[in-house]
Design a protein around this ligand. Structure first.
Ligand SMILES: Nc1nc2c(c(=O)[nH]1)N[C@H]1C(S)=C(S)[C@@H](COP(=O)(O)OP(=O)(O)OC[C@H]3O[C@@H](n4cnc5c(=O)[nH]c(N)nc54)[C@H](O)[C@@H]3O)O[C@H]1N2
Ligand SMILES: Nc1nc2c(c(=O)[nH]1)N[C@H]1C(S)=C(S)[C@@H](COP(=O)(O)OP(=O)(O)OC[C@H]3O[C@@H](n4cnc5c(=O)[nH]c(N)nc54)[C@H](O)[C@@H]3O)O[C@H]1N2
Ligand SMILES: [Mo]
Length: 761
């Protein structure tokens, strides 16, 4: 007999069809007009699974710290749950007693799975808080530089900025011209943190086009803005956006097309920024010609575009990827200054917005609403790292570092605990991470799958996937709430993160604090009932379970009110929370930090690696988000595998660059630089500018030996591990030069999805 049950993923809702045992089909949620193909990969739920708790052989036989250099390359001993939990509890207790809780790194960054209760990050943080605390991480890989620079410029948080920026219905109605740096990739909007009921971006963009909105796409890749909007593509060299923005700003200034009144009444530091544009300080006027030399965009087009922007209701958009680069704070600040010069910030459909298309919720027009939430407790440890400083933390314990005006110290780390993220996916310079990873005494990981993170652990505890448990699902800026019904029994001996932590908390004397006496199902009921006691208009849990989902009426989550609109109307009554009360085009605060790599006004700073200094490694690699998966999740599923060639990723390459190397479609190539090398299959594409190659993220890291060739096409063996600046310390994956050559050796089989060698006790 087959049964269909509704579930929710970070890329949308699906009905999962099962027979008595297996998933037989996956059907997109009927209300979703544009479902993501990634859902089909859920059928691989039994592949590459961690079936039983497993302990790295040397660690098992000789204890913490034994042969750490073999992490990632050793067999595992499979053990029973009691043995594994005793080992982990004893090790946590040893580390916290001998070194203190700051010696436990539990930042555990990652996307995990949808679900309000069974969310691995919420679970691991609550657990570590209950046992005395841990060193945490702040910001994220998505938008770290944006998080840190936005409050300096606008006086409120980046997340609020994104919620309050013009939404698509408003853009369709009011905007004439959208000038987009980095585009609005539809494939990216398929994903949303916590999941969403409907995918609407393609439809929203088409509505804009039908209403006559004109789109300009400044990006190295044409497909970043869909053809359906008839966008004008201005091919732009990677990491040169700040220069183009400055060239546009200079063009406005010298033509007198800037809004003096807005700059005088709504901005602070215009004189300083103006002097920089004119070259008063460095002798370099930031002319359209200057910007053209750097970016490759024609000077005439920069000038004419500036005038078009001044003459129309213009929305400037900047993708999140643009700030994931060396000095990534600058393009965001420069865009803010350019929008200020146009004087349209706060006007309907005008001004500036970040990350339309980055994830589904951006610009969707659905306001914030509450959802059940697992309390996290409080962390007794004050130490933290900016999230992308993980290798530095492990390599430089005891050393000081700078972050947003603070001088902090990396604690010494003895134990790393990870649940719900994959640093061997997300971090840059994986060969460096692998060296840093040898430092701690112990690494504990909860994972459903034998990916590179699980292989690089000492103790792997098998976790269930969404399909193996029930939960309430939804995200606070989507208009659906789901009952995520368990579809299959747990695979192997997998357990829910919550149940694993409950048993550990019991062993560590924190049972009451962690569980408060509730089972997982009791928690879900408790959290939902408490949520509903404030919102009696929502369905009961029984009703939700019965109907599968609930669509929240529009009136219950009105779009956020724009503070910038109020400020634009009356700057005295509604000042911004910046030191000046205005938009800061110059920041005394940042000046006082005295950072050599973050000037006090928007500026163009040459990136560490870009086409302007590509001597040794001549190609700029864009490692963007994969169309066929969420990061590294379900890399072993059918949607992901279908886009690979011989099990490895395809690298996009311009026909000229391919011809220069004698390469043809499907050829096997080695992509390399000083940091590492990986294999990929050539995909020739003419929608990519010359000297730029594109290798999506997410292939499970598959090195032949420590520090050696990666077989699967993981771009993070090539990317550089350095912060955007001392201000944000954000990741800079998009600042990366490489070389590509034909691989002439014997083509090694990709082993990424194989199981490690498993021994019995
Ligand atoms: N080169 C390059 N690198 C990048 C980026 C880039 O643009 N270029 N982008 C960066 C960005 S923006 C991000 S957000 C990061 C993403 O990096 P991550 O969020 O770390 O990547 P995921 O692959 O989503 O990792 C989630 C892990 O959680 C596991 N998991 C899923 N559900 C559960 C569960 O219920 N319990 C447990 N215990 N585990 C579970 C999955 O199997 C998977 O291993 O990558 C970053 N890395
Ligand atoms: N299908 C799918 N969707 C996803 C994800 C996924 O894993 N899979 N991950 C989600 C996550 S966690 C995040 S944070 C968002 C990220 O959203 P983004 O950061 O917007 O995504 P990317 O795909 O990294 O980059 C988008 C485009 O930016 C362009 N670009 C790169 N560097 C530059 C530059 O220097 N200048 C200009 N002008 N353009 C540049 C590239 O051509 C690239 O295709 O995506 C989300 N959406
Ligand atoms: Mo992200």
């Amino acid at each position: 007999m087959t049964t269909r049950r509704l579930t929710l993923t970070n890329w949308g809702a699906y009905e999962v069809e099962t027979d008595d045992h297996d998933i037989t089909a996956v059907h997109p949620f009927a209300k979703d007009p544009d479902p993501s193909p990634i859902g089909q990969s859920l059928k691989a739920v039994r592949r590459s699974r961690v079936m039983r708790p497993a302990v790295r052989e040397s660690w098992y036989r000789h204890g913490p710290g034994a042969n750490n250099e073999r992490r990632g390359y050793e067999p595992f001993v499979e053990v029973g749950w009691d043995v594994a939990l005793d080992l982990v509890a004893a090790e946590i207790d040893r580390v916290r007693t001998e070194f203190g809780n700051q010696a436990i790194f539990g930042g555990s960054y990652g996307w995990a799975s949808a679900g309000r209760f069974h969310h691995a990050l919420g679970q691991v943080h609550r657990f570590l808080n209950s046992i005395g605390g841990y060193t945490d991480s702040v910001d994220d890989y998505s938008i770290a530089a944006g998080h840190v620079i936005t409050p300096h410029v606008f006086g409120f948080s980046f997340d609020d900025f994104v919620d309050e920026q013009p939404q698509f219905p408003e853009i369709a109605e009011h905007t004439d011209l959208v000038v987009s740096f980095g585009g609005m990739p539809i494939k990216n909007s398929q994903v949303s943190y916590g999941g969403q009921g409907r995918h609407l971006l393609a439809d929203r963009l088409e509505t804009c086009r039908d209403r006559g909105v004109r789109f300009v796409n400044l990006s190295p890749l044409r497909e970043d803005l869909i053809d359906a909007v008839d966008a004008e593509w201005l091919p732009t060299r990677p990491n040169t956006d700040a220069a183009v923005m400055l060239g546009l700003a200079h063009s406005l200034l010298v033509a007198g097309e800037h809004d003096e009144k807005f700059l005088a009444s709504r901005c602070f530091g215009w004189e300083r920024f103006r002097a920089y544009l004119l070259g008063d300080m460095d002798g370099i006027p930031k002319t359209a010609e200057w910007a053209s030399d750097i970016s490759g965009v024609a000077a005439d087009r920069i000038r004419s575009l500036a005038f078009e922007m001044a003459g129309a209701r213009t929305l400037l958009t900047v993708s999140w990827s643009v700030q994931r680069s060396d000095h990534g704070e600058q393009p965001y600040w420069a865009a803010s200054a350019l929008a200020a010069m146009l004087g349209q910030i706060g006007l309907p459909g005008g001004g500036l917005g970040f990350g339309y298309g980055a994830v589904g919720r951006v610009g969707q027009g659905v306001g914030y609403h509450e959802l059940p939430r697992l309390p996290q407790g409080t962390n007794a440890v004050a130490d933290f790292i900016p999230v992308a400083r993980i290798s530095d933390l492990l390599l430089r314990g005891g050393e000081e570092f700078d972050y947003n005006g603070r001088r902090l110290t990396y604690p010494e780390t003895h134990l790393v605990y990870w649940a719900g993220g994959n640093p061997f996916h997300h971090h840059q310079d994986l060969n460096r991470l692998a060296v840093a990873w040898q430092r701690p005494d112990t690494v504990v990981v909860h994972e459903p799958f034998w990916n590179a993170l699980a292989r690089s652990a000492d103790v792997v505890l098998p976790a269930t996937t969404t399909l193996e448990r029930s939960d309430v699902g939804g995200s606070t800026t989507d208009d659906f709430i789901f009952w995520m019904a368990q579809a299959i029994e747990p695979v192997g001996d997998a357990r829910n993160d919550y149940d694993i932590f409950s048993d550990l908390a019991l062993r560590l004397g924190a049972d009451d604090r962690f569980t408060e006496g509730r089972t997982a199902d009791e928690w879900i009921e408790h959290l939902y009932d408490r949520f509903r006691s404030y919102h009696p208009e929502y369905p009961t849990l029984d009703e939700l379970q019965h109907n599968g989902y609930f669509q929240i009426p529009e009136a219950w989550c009105p779009p956020a009110v724009s503070r910038l609109a109020a400020f634009a109307q009356d700057a005295t009554a509604f000042p911004l929370s910046t030191p000046s009360g205005r938009i800061e085009l110059y920041s005394q605060t940042i000046e006082d930090f005295g950072y050599v790599d973050c000037p006090p006004h928007p500026a163009w700073l040459e990136p560490a690696e870009w086409l302007g200094n590509a001597n040794h490694y001549p190609l700029h690699m864009i490692s963007n988000q994969p169309r066929t998966r969420l990061h590294s999740q379900w890399d072993h599923g059918e949607t992901s595998l279908a886009a690979k060639v011989d099990g490895r990723e395809q690298i996009g390459m311009n026909p000229e660059d391919a011809a220069e190397r004698g390469l043809e479609q499907g050829d096997l190539v080695r992509v390399f630089n000083d940091r590492g090398a990986t294999l990929a299959s050539v995909a020739i594409r003419d929608d990519l500018i010359e000297r730029v190659v594109q290798l999506p993220t997410g292939a499970w890291w598959d090195p032949v030996e420590p520090g050696g060739l990666d077989r699967a096409g993981n771009p993070n063996v090539l990317t550089r591990d350095a912060g955007t600046s001392l201000l944000a310390q954000g990741p800079t994956a998009q600042t990366c030069l490489v070389q590509v050559e034909r691989f002439t050796g014997h083509s090694p089989r990709v082993e990424a999805h194989d199981l490690p060698v498993l021994l019995s006790e």
